[in-house]
Design a protein around this ligand. Structure first.
Ligand SMILES: O=C(O)CCC(=O)C(=O)O
Length: 346
């Protein structure tokens, strides 16, 4: 039976596939016998696009049942945007402005990531640079957020250690766990994170071993996604670990972390990709989505993501440990094959 026949039979069963372009010629490609590893990787991406992914993130107007969520999205490992999953959250109203935070949490200490350029946990030259972490009163952080020129640096509450439950437990009941998600994953969340910051703060592209239920409460987030099947085309490099340090005169320097191991990190900026250095990135399928206040994105495990935001955007996300199942096995297989191929080419 030909691959093309199999695909043709399966397509009517796939939701949300806006078939654009010349599908037949895409399918013709699958009929060819792969001659190189690159051909195999191209088939991987094409199959994923044609069988179960769409070019945009599908939208639900209402929260799904646990079964629907699991059956249509989690089991396929594909994202979905849900429009009114959190309309019952008190946070939507209470956190509309900074007033509530000032009044109720003004004297609470929070950990804030500070960088000279808005790039925390990001490559700079040959180094992977962590932000300077400063502890400060929430009210001081809000003063800086409201007057960004008052202090050198770009400030972002982004500590991913379940900072909502660890540092701001007073807020937990305003963003209650979404039962359809916890039931579908069959577990409680591993971490609940709170994000609030400057519009210049950007989260560099990465992937996580988490199922991510990401909700924007104020403003918007621009999220660029790549499916895990884009792994062959996403360039990585090894970086030495370093950290930003500010001095008395408030200028920043980069300090190497003594004895720090090198870390692999993605070395391309998806908003301004350097295709001369990394032409393979051209084969990827980026999917862009803007998540507005009150909307929730299911960001499946192992999907690459890059985030930017509006000024003073507030978000909360629930991270659930992913299942280390066959999708994880296959992802690692591709990672290892890619690594071997790179070594062989050196
Ligand atoms: O909101 C952000 O800036 C980063 C979020 C993120 O990377 C995540 O939830 O995994």
């Amino acid at each position: 039976m030909s691959l093309k026949y199999v695909f043709r039979k399966m397509l009517p069963n796939c939701d949300n596939i806006p078939v654009t372009g010349d599908l037949d010629s895409e399918l013709d490609f699958l009929e060819q016998i792969p001659e190189t590893l690159e051909d195999c990787f191209k088939i991987l991406s094409t199959e994923a696009r044609d069988l179960y992914l769409s070019r945009t993130v599908p939208i639900l107007d209402h929260p799904p049942t646990p079964l629907q969520f699991y059956r249509d999205y989690v089991s396929y490992n594909r994202p979905v945007l849900i429009r009114s999953a959190v309309s019952h959250w008190p946070a939507l109203d209470l956190w509309r402005t900074n007033e509530y935070f000032r009044r109720e949490l003004g004297s609470t200490e929070v950990t804030v990531a500070v960088t000279p350029n808005g790039l925390a946990d990001s490559p700079v030259g040959d180094r992977f640079v962590l932000p300077e972490e400063r502890r400060m009163k929430f009210s001081k952080f809000l003063d800086i957020l409201e007057n960004p020129e008052s202090e050198p640096g770009i400030f972002y509450i982004q500590k991913q250690n379940s900072n909502l439950t660890q540092e701001l437990p007073q807020l937990v009941e305003q963003v209650p766990e979404l039962s359809w998600a916890s039931q579908a994953f069959g577990k409680s969340p591993d971490a609940v994170n709170f994000w609030l910051g400057d519009k210049r703060a950007v989260t560099s592209m990465h992937k996580d071993p988490y199922e991510n239920i990401y909700t924007v409460i104020r403003g918007y987030k621009d999220i660029l996604l790549h499916p895990p099947t884009d792994l062959p085309w996403i360039p990585y490099r090894q970086f030495t670990q370093a950290v930003y340090k500010s001095s008395q005169d408030k200028t920043f320097s980069i300090q190497d972390i003594e004895g720090g191991e090198t870390v692999p990190w993605i070395c391309i900026d998806p908003l301004n990709p350097d295709l001369n250095s990394y032409p393979e990135y051209f084969n990827t399928t980026p999917i862009k989505v803007r998540v507005y206040a009150g909307e929730t994105l299911y960001l499946p495990s192992l999907w690459f993501h890059h985030l930017s935001q509006s000024q003073g955007c507030v978000s909360v996300n629930y991270w659930y440990d992913m299942e280390f199942d066959i999708k994880y096995n296959y992802f690692n297989l591709i990672k290892n094959i890619k690594q071997l191929d790179k070594q062989n080419k050196c």
